[in-house]
Design a protein. Sequence first.
Length: 276
Amino acid sequence: MNCEEAIKLMDGYLDGELDPITSQAIEQHLRDCARCDQAYKTHGSLIHAIGNATPYFKASAELGERIQSSLREDATEYPVRNGVPGAQIQFHKRQPEPRSILSEIPWNWLGLAAAITLAAIIVLNVAPRLQRPEADRFLATQLIASHVRSLMANHLTDVASSDQHTVKPWLDAKLDFAPPVVDLSPKGLPLIGGRLDYLDNRPVAALIYQRRQHFINLFVWPAGSDTARSTKAMARQGYQLLHWEDSDFNYWAVSDINDKELQEFKQLFEDQIPHH
């Protein structure tokens, strides 16, 4: 089971509506995927909070008696035989219906229930944005792992070339998007090549640049529709990470060079690509 399937089935799992085999598959996925496990915990907490905040209407004894009376009267609508052969079917006249239960509930309670429902809808839409810092930390761990793996496994590039006109067509043919590729050799940051990688649940392009004896992995994939243009810098496990976005792409640069040099790399890269 992948993340997309688990998220689609999450509501059914939380409500206990899934069969045992599917429930076991989701539980195994949650044990293996920290991101989906976090989404599960957040969703569960939201359901619990809404349940605790929802007002409980206790029916009065009079209302209970009226419901029982209504049920007895409805039962008399069905034909009844007296047990004598040849006897005619008898029908009982239906009595006037009582007022609906809904009419017994004060309108202020209905308004409160509507407000709680609206609040729940708002929280469900805002919650993913509130979780973004946690998602960024999880992605940063993936980025560092990919960067280190590329150095340790001797798999820095799939296509080794300093010519952007060689690297870009190779990546374009393998991906469903066309990442920008520039050569920064005149600035002391030569292009080493490119490779395919998999991050944030999708294939991405990895461009490799060199700064003296250090390598920079620049991961690129399309920006989302709600992209907010911003720059984020962080340090993790002895590596520097720099994230920025434009109208077309997400960029994550990872290296063991210092933060100032990574910022300079970002500026040089941006200066070389077309702006929309």
